[in-house]
Design a protein around this ligand. Sequence first.
Ligand SMILES: NC(=O)c1ccc[n+]([C@@H]2O[C@H](COP(=O)([O-])OP(=O)(O)OC[C@H]3O[C@@H](n4cnc5c(N)ncnc54)[C@H](O)[C@@H]3O)[C@@H](O)[C@H]2O)c1
Length: 372
Amino acid sequence: MTAQHPVGVGIIGAGNISDQYLTSLTSFPDLRVVVVGDLDTARAETQARKYGVAQWGTAADVLAHPDTEIVVNLTVPAVHAEVSSAILTAGRHVWSEKPLAVDRAEARALLDQAAETGLRVGVAPDTILGPGLQTALRAVARGDIGIPLSAQTVMQYAGPDQWHPNPEFLFAKGAGPLFDMGPYYLTALVCLFGSVSRVAALGSTARTVRTIRSGERAGTEFTVAVPTHVSALTQFEGGGVGQSVFSFDSPLTRTGFVEITGTEGTLVLPDPNTFAGEVRITRVPQGGRDAEWESVPLVGVEGGRGLGVLDMARAVRGGHPHIASGELGYHVLDTMLAIDDAVTSGETVHLTSTAPAIPLVPEDRDPRATTL
Ligand SMILES: NC(=O)c1ccc[n+]([C@@H]2O[C@H](COP(=O)([O-])OP(=O)(O)OC[C@H]3O[C@@H](n4cnc5c(N)ncnc54)[C@H](O)[C@@H]3O)[C@@H](O)[C@H]2O)c1
């Protein structure tokens, strides 16, 4: 394969999220999806046929395919590290859905394996590459809100047992609202404020048994193994504090709330689980009046889930770092594990990992352009 060809991509895990990935990845001319694999090979076949991918089979079939340079891991969190490690062993770069792993030891081992083999690890969320967060990063860097001081985020709803056909993994180790949705909110905060240095948190579990509400298994009960409501405080190394709610226990849906307050203004971001949306700012102290809002024009081109795979593919060919990196994913995982530890112990937990600086995506970068 020469550098003039699109980068070959394989996918392991043909479940719920694979539609979004396959829609995007098959629309980017710099990538070519060549094979889809799953434990359930019928599911892999269905998804491959639906998106015009020529081959399908098991995970081993994906790893054996000669034309893959990157393998995308869309399995469930409990096996993320095991599957990603097998991908590296097969000599392919890994893009993994979040979280990178379920504990620090397996996450670190994975990054060490990548470093030893000269291969790359990229980790979701790649929403940080979208125009929404990129516009907010530029606004903060320009000083639009002065010096950032604090952040508030809210993600609360009734939980994925309402809509996911196989939701058990979302209430098991490696998920719950903190590990499932935390990556979007905490990665956004890390991009905006830098590394987290310490956390405090409280949590609770409203119900230890839940019922699947959609799909063929609707009515099936399962056990909840994690806190389903977490309130976390985060302190950032370079200054600034955050407060975040992650909850699957609220009949009231309030998601995508991210607000950053600085010395000169407050910036409201779009949902960090999306790629665009509205960025707005208020700088006039409100007093008793309604807030006066200005829209911040979005910069960048929308791409959808899979943008991180594309960024990594272009970085592989260009020989430069990719943005949604394994080290960033490690720091966010470390932050979530620290929050989880704080829930259990009731103590403040200090972090030792740090996140790399996050470069801005060039404004004119077009995911649908042919560049390779
Ligand atoms: N569903 C969403 O809306 C969504 C959104 C963003 C991210 N994610 C993330 O994507 C990942 C997958 O989520 P999902 O909702 O698609 O889950 P899912 O349960 O619908 O699909 C997971 C698929 O992986 C397969 N699988 C599991 N272990 C495997 C193995 N060892 N080898 C090969 N295949 C294996 C399963 O058979 C299944 O088809 C999770 O990490 C989740 O956090 C999901």
